[in-house]
Design a protein around this ligand. Structure first.
Ligand SMILES: NC(=O)c1ccc[n+]([C@@H]2O[C@H](COP(=O)([O-])OP(=O)(O)OC[C@H]3O[C@@H](n4cnc5c(N)ncnc54)[C@H](OP(=O)(O)O)[C@@H]3O)[C@@H](O)[C@H]2O)c1
Length: 280
């Protein structure tokens, strides 16, 4: 019998686009998705790290492309979309993972730092959905995983702008899920708790207690995505933020409690102290 070999791909998808793929959770997504036979486009600013990762992933006999761009700059998402058109790459899975937080009192950081964060965590994420989702809807195949945070589920003093940016991601993804769930499009918001990556250092914070490995987080995200769950919360604290009826408690009580947990004296890293003493 003349049997044709048909290459099985993850959920019938061909290409994944992962932002923030050069480290942490994004890098773990890249390993898991290529392990499932997907071709991948890796995006972040660090060209060297992306090339090194691409070299490793190519051993799995999948196509790997890299595109270095600063997603906190204006027009960055347009550049990604135009590049994909030029290279004839049509992502079936968009993983909007790139993001960062800034820890400390609100006045500790500058307006431009906040603008960069909002641009990356909110604006580019939205624009990338707007660029790639319509084609998925047309094909009736595809999905998006938007990476938020447990900090997006309750107001978090000392992570005020970061938490608010991630609250946007939670609500935005839920809303899209409501619009597209019956059109063959999967939409999942991943809200991780503390995870062992470069995140804490960049934020200028120390995390207390148990931290998950990025791979554990990604496996939970993919399991939820496969079942088209709109939200998956991972890590320590998920019982409080996702199962405990937080909405029944007055918000002022919740905020006072969270403020105690995130008191800067407990969490500020030597790096952040150095920064403030040198006036950077
Ligand atoms: N780790 C945690 O505890 C935790 C908890 C909740 C949510 N999260 C979320 O998880 C996501 C991934 O973070 P992570 O924990 O894996 O931290 P990470 O190791 O610092 O990774 C962040 C990734 O985003 C990329 N990135 C940062 N700024 C960028 C920019 N302006 N343009 C393009 N890419 C940029 C970084 O690459 P380059 O530096 O090369 O650009 C890196 O690949 C973030 O959205 C974060 O908010 C993390």
């Amino acid at each position: 019998m003349n049997e044709r070999k048909i290459k099985k791909t993850y959920l019938g998808y061909q290409w994944a686009l992962v932002t923030g793929a050069s480290s942490g959770i994004g890098e773990a997504f890249a390993h898991e998705l290529t392990g499932r036979g997907m071709n991948i486009l890796l995006i972040a600013r660090s060209e060297d790290k992306l090339s090194q990762l691409a070299h490793v992933l190519e051993q799995k006999k999948v196509s790997v492309r890299t595109y270095a761009v600063d997603l906190s700059s204006i027009g960055a998402a347009d550049k990604v979309a135009s590049w994909c058109i030029k290279e004839k790459i049509e992502p079936d899975l968009l993983v909007n993972n790139a993001g960062f937080g800034l820890f400390g009192t609100f006045e500790q950081h500058s307006p431009s730092e906040y603008a960069d964060m909002i641009h990356l965590n909110v604006r580019s994420l939205t624009e990338l959905c707007a660029f790639f989702l319509p084609a998925m809807v047309q094909r009736r195949r595809g999905g998006v995983i938007n990476v938020a945070s447990q900090a997006g589920l309750v107001p978090v003093p000392y992570y005020s702008v970061y938490g608010a940016s991630k609250a946007y991601v939670v609500n935005f993804t839920y809303a899209l899920w409501g619009e597209y769930r019956q059109q063959g499009i999967r939409l999942t918001c991943l809200a991780p708790g503390p995870t062992r990556t470069a995140f804490q250092k960049r934020a200028g914070s120390k995390s207390h207690g148990y931290m998950q490995q990025p791979r554990e987080v990604v496996l939970s995200a993919l399991a939820a995505f496969e079942r088209n769950r709109p939200l998956v919360v991972t890590g320590s604290g998920r019982w409080v933020t996702s199962f405990f009826p937080v909405h029944l408690i007055p918000k002022t009580t919740v905020v006072s409690y969270v403020a105690k947990i995130f008191k800067p004296e407990k969490r500020i890293t030597s790096l952040a102290k150095e920064k403030s003493s040198t006036g950077e």
